[in-house]
Design a protein around this ligand. Structure first.
Ligand SMILES: [Cu+2]
Length: 123
């Protein structure tokens, strides 16, 4: 009977490790920072916001975003890094977007953007 809880614990540990390994592999550009073992640092967060300012050269967008439950954040206006320049097609001033980001070191980095309006107008 004592073996059961132990094996469950081992399985949970293995799957967490596999998830972290996958996230690191998908993030090679930031691999040195992503290697930091800080808890929650590699989690993806999702929220909505309005684009206030865009600086494509610097790869930065300023968003007035809604609260982010997974970080305990209230709504606020702040800058996010955007390594993928193609995302600036959707990050235009005044656009209302839903986006996914993660914390990498001291930066908040946007990994994906979708326009909610895009989906609302579909039948
Ligand atoms: Cu914020």
């Amino acid at each position: 009977m004592k073996k059961l809880p132990v094996s469950i614990f081992v399985l949970a540990g293995l799957s967490a490790t596999a998830t972290q390994a996958q996230q690191k592999m998908g993030d090679e550009a930031n691999s040195d920072m992503a290697a930091k073992p800080a808890a929650g640092a590699q989690a993806n967060h999702v929220t909505k916001g309005t684009v206030k300012k865009v600086d494509i050269k610097a790869g930065v967008v300023t968003l007035a975003h809604e609260p982010v439950k997974s970080l305990g954040w209230p709504g606020m206006t702040m800058g996010f890094k955007v390594p993928d320049k193609a995302l600036f097609d959707k990050l235009t001033e005044g656009a209302q977007v839903e986006f996914e980001f993660r914390q990498i070191g001291k930066d908040y980095v946007i990994g994906a953007v979708k326009s909610p309006g895009q989906y609302l107008s579909r039948p």
